[in-house]
Ligand binder design. Structure first.
Ligand SMILES: [Ca+2]
Ligand SMILES: [Ca+2]
Length: 145
């Protein structure tokens, strides 16, 4: 397999990338060294090096984590809470992780579907707590989240 060199230099000194870089899969620092050589006899040359910083783009969506204490929210998992829970009791703490960086990786949580408004979620932590009197819940179905 022929592997393309990541950079190409033109006679004008312009350096262009030959490949598409992905910050998340990049394992090495991109250090580029350029040599300038004259046509004299003997030829003389000098070198300079620079580091290419691959800037992140928001190309990854947050992924919910699964685990014994952190049920994944993939549309199949369910949580349960006692009908006599008090307002403010923690029902579940969901977590999501984003492999981008900086603001592209900052995750905020909100409840998309919340029948009866029985639950609230902390936008920064994903902690879901009881928000209303569950004894007023009409059916078991409404208590699922
Ligand atoms: Ca990215
Ligand atoms: Ca992201």
């Amino acid at each position: 397999m022929i592997q393309r060199r990541p950079f190409e230099i033109y006679l004008t000194g312009v350096i262009k990338s030959n490949v598409k870089f992905d910050r998340e899969t990049l394992k090495d620092i991109l250090k580029v060294t350029v040599i300038a050589m004259d046509h004299g006899q003997p030829p003389l040359s000098s070198e300079c090096s620079f580091i290419v910083d691959v800037i992140d783009i928001n190309d990854n969506a947050p992924q919910f984590l699964s685990g014994e204490n952190v049920p994944g929210c993939n549309g199949r998992d369910e949580g349960s809470v006692s009908r006599d829970s008090s307002v403010g009791d923690v029902a579940l703490n969901i977590r999501a992780f984003d492999i981008d960086t900086d603001e592209n990786a900052q995750v905020v949580y909100s409840l998309l579907d919340n029948p009866g408004n029985y639950f609230g979620i902390m936008t920064d932590s994903g902690i879901i707590s009881v928000n209303g009197n569950l004894s007023n819940a009409v059916s078991e179905k409404e208590m699922k989240y």
